[in-house]
Design a binder for this molecule. Sequence first.
Ligand SMILES: CCCCCCC/C=C/C(=O)SCCNC(=O)CCNC(=O)[C@H](O)C(C)(C)COP(=O)(O)OP(=O)(O)OC[C@H]1O[C@@H](n2cnc3c(N)ncnc32)[C@H](O)[C@@H]1OP(=O)(O)O
Ligand code: NDP
Length: 261
Amino acid sequence: MALVGRKMEKLETVKAEIESTCSVKISLHSCDIREEDRVKETIADILVAHGKIDHLINNAGGQFPSPLNMISGKGFETVVRNNLTGGFLVAREVFNQHMMLQLGKKDMSITNIIADMWNGMPGMGHSGAARAGMLNFSETAANEWAPVRVNAVAPGFIASSGMDTYPEPMKQTIMQLDKTIPLQRLGLEAEVSGALVFLCSPAASFISGSCIRIDGAAPNARRIWPVGTGKANPAFNSFHLGGVPEVIQRRDAERASKKGN
Ligand SMILES: CCCCCCC/C=C/C(=O)SCCNC(=O)CCNC(=O)[C@H](O)C(C)(C)COP(=O)(O)OP(=O)(O)OC[C@H]1O[C@@H](n2cnc3c(N)ncnc32)[C@H](O)[C@@H]1OP(=O)(O)O
Ligand SMILES: NC(=O)C1=CN([C@@H]2O[C@H](COP(=O)(O)OP(=O)(O)OC[C@H]3O[C@@H](n4cnc5c(N)ncnc54)[C@H](OP(=O)(O)O)[C@@H]3O)[C@@H](O)[C@H]2O)C=CC1
């Protein structure tokens, strides 16, 4: 397993967590996916360390919240590079440096993480545009790079540590998000990982060019119908080392205190 991100200390933490659970060879690589030369070197380093890349999860991404009219050209470009160009560069290098030479010999896949950007992504329009682009890139690559399977996974609102990176006004919105979702709760990181493991497995060997939504039916909510019944289904919480984001702990504490009053 090769873990890639900009900050080595984050990667060290994840490595230690994985090693506390199972025995697997793990290499760590500091790389900003927006830097083309660094991406080329990183993929080459991974191939030296492991000799192959059977499955790529293109997960790196993120954005800053802003209404469209306040985003500068540089800011828009930064987010597009983080969520579209960077993922393309990584996928292209994995394909060119390894997968292209192994076509037909084994099952290989690329999965691109996008987002719930259907019908637009208000407050994060730069990211919505980039994620929509990533979906279209995945569809093209599924054709051009077959039999490598190329798919997208579109998480909706997932209770991840990433949520704690947002400023206070956005946190206020995050604390109300569960009410806008038919399943009446946020998703868990393990529920995204479940789909990723499936897509990397032989059970998904005829799935390519697809997008799996993991969003509790959020985009299906309609103004003419109440959202959900007030009841949530049980979550698949298989990450025993996973934590609850601070913003969600705060939400639950505030609700408990309101109930108590
Ligand atoms: C409605 C509720 C929705 C809830 C959220 C649910 C959906 C999504 C969830 C997630 O995605 S979770 C993941 C969360 N984590 C992140 O998003 C963090 C990732 N962010 C970053 O890595 C960085 O902020 C960045 C977006 C990649 C930018 O980093 P970088 O260091 O390359 O850029 P800077 O040099 O700081 O800035 C470049 C340029 O970009 C503009 N800009 C950057 N930050 C802001 C900001 N906060 N506000 C406005 N503009 C910003 C700006 O133009 C910068 O240029 P300069 O002005 O600094 O010259
Ligand atoms: N949580 C949610 O509700 C949703 C999340 N998503 C997307 O799912 C993915 C995972 O999200 P989540 O775990 O919540 O977010 P996090 O912010 O916790 O994780 C994002 C990861 O991407 C890495 N990363 C970001 N930019 C770069 C870059 N330029 N180069 C290399 N690595 C980078 C970060 O590491 P480092 O900082 O060390 O580089 C970090 O490990 C992201 O793409 C996110 O936007 C989509 C929809 C909803």
